[in-house]
Design a protein around this ligand. Structure first.
Ligand code: PLP
Length: 466
């Protein structure tokens, strides 16, 4: 399988190189040159498979000869055995033909584990083969950092440095990062804010000379193709569990960077009958404004009860724009260059084409709390604020009640106790058994000044081969 850039200028790459690359050299994102397509008959034959068997069938065409089939199967078995539910992605029914798919049974209690548990293993496999080492450097305001650390804890060829803003992440989130054991794991608390952290990461990628040429930086942020690939699988899983592919499904997806929902779009293109995808955003609603009025325009960042969806632009949306423009990289490049300067629109017929599949809704903090309370009152089921946005948007946008509506449950409610309290509930969401002692575990992190030279020196001195 070859991968091409959404801006049409960077060279095509194979799977291994795409795994190790972040942005393409032309500033675009990598996408498969062509997608595998499965017939209904083939998809039907996957009924009853375990999650990891299904994952193999869905993902193998993307990986093809980069990893021998048996090695890939073993890797997937291991990856999905760490999830604390036998079904890996269980479905919970909320109402008639309405479901939540719980994607938060992994080690860090958010759906990002589905991709990052696999990504760590894929990286280590490829680096072992190539006799290479990488330093993963990332900035986090919460979920991504812990999922990336958990995903890399057993990697022999990877050191990971995660920067978080000192005293500005929740205690659960900090502890999920700082209590992970492993001498390749390095947590840096920067005396600054999230933007300072992100700027240091960006600048370090731009000039890697501080590493002395002995290793290189790699990114695990949501633009990494392998993350998208891993997220396609659970759309198939949910559909097969509810009578697919012989009936079509609708999904509602709490969305920030458009990674998770883009995976659903790909599942449809690969042959899975999906009749509707709902983009569920919080007040950071650039995607909702685009879908409702064909205007793509950045607004100020708003802080909400669903912090993992607090974004100004959605990086993976570029991948959809590429398809909407007939895969014309030059057109996408021009559009996004203009979008950096002010509001843009796309041709009406292209926008209408997107609207055939996608609906959208923006849900504010009050409606989020109302939804958490309502579902708890009616079902005794606790939603985290991100998932609550998905459920609310699903109900507002639903086109056809005979089609199963599945909201992706992106995080465990115990990760966001403040939102549950804000919703006026006195029940305390409990951490699952494997995390129950989180507050007793020993933490390890280094506090550094908001100064890039100091951070880079720390990395140069602490990655394992020096
Ligand atoms: C990252 C995240 C999201 C948003 O996912 P995208 O792929 O960026 O759209 C939603 N909910 C939770 C809990 C997350 O951690």
């Amino acid at each position: 399988m070859r991968y091409i850039s959404t801006r049409g200028e960077a060279p095509a790459l194979g799977f291994e190189d795409v795994l190790l690359t972040g942005l393409a050299t032309d500033g675009g994102l990598y996408v498969p040159e062509s997608l595998p397509h499965f017939s209904l008959e083939e998809i039907r034959s996957w009924r009853g498979l375990s999650y990891s068997e299904l994952a193999f069938n869905v993902m193998h065409p993307f990986v093809d000869d980069a990893i021998p089939a048996d090695d890939f199967r073993a890797m997937l078995d291991e990856t999905y055995s760490v999830f604390a539910h036998q079904a890996v992605a269980p479905l919970v029914q909320l109402d008639a033909n309405e479901w939540v798919m719980e994607l938060f049974r992994g080690p860090t209690l958010a759906f990002k584990d589905f991709a990052l548990q696999l990504l760590g293993r894929l990286l280590d496999y490829v680096l072992e083969k190539r006799k290479q080492h990488v330093v993963i450097m990332g900035a986090t305001s919460g979920d991504t950092g812990s999922a990336a650390i958990e995903g890399c804890r057993r990697c022999e060829h990877v050191d990971i440095f995660i920067l978080h803003p000192h005293e500005r992440v929740s205690e659960v989130q900090r502890r999920q990062m700082t209590t992970v054991k492993g001498d390749n794991i390095h947590n840096i608390a920067v005396r600054g804010n999230f933007d300072d952290c992100q700027r240091m990461v960006k600048e370090s990628f731009g000039n890697q000379s501080f590493l002395g040429g002995k290793t290189q930086l790699a990114a695990v942020n949501s633009i990494n193709w392998a993350r998208i690939m891993a997220q396609i699988v659970y759309y198939f899983q949910a559909s097969l569990a509810l009578g697919g592919p012989d009936r079509s499904m609708a999904f509602s997806v709490p969305t920030g960077n458009f990674g998770d929902i883009f995976a659903g779009y790909l599942a449809k293109k690969m042959g899975l009958p999906i009749s509707q995808l709902v983009i569920a955003t919080n007040r950071n609603d650039i995607l909702h404004r685009f879908m409702s009025g064909n205007k793509y325009e950045q607004h100020q960042l708003e802080h909400t009860l669903s912090p993992s969806m607090d974004i100004m632009v959605s990086s993976n949306f570029e991948r959809l724009l590429f398809d909407l423009h007939g895969r014309d990289g030059a057109a996408v490049k021009l559009l996004l260059e203009n979008a950096a300067k002010g509001p843009v629109s796309i041709e009406d017929y292209r926008w209408r084409h997107a609207r055939k599949l996608f609906d959208s809704d923006a849900v504010d903090d009050k409606a989020t709390c109302d939804t958490i309370r309502e579902i708890f009152d009616r079902n005794e089921y606790l939603l985290d604020p991100h998932t609550a946005i998905g459920v609310k948007a699903a109900r507002n946008c639903r086109r056809d009640k005979t089609v199963p509506m599945i909201t992706l449950g992106t995080a465990h409610p115990a990760k966001f106790p403040d939102a549950i309290a804000e919703a006026g509930l006195t029940v305390k969401p409990e951490l699952p058994a494997h995390m129950a002692d989180l507050f007793e575990r020993e933490e390890r992190y280094t506090v550094l000044d908001n100064n890039i030279a100091g951070v880079q020196e720390f990395i140069a001195q602490n990655w394992k081969n020096t």
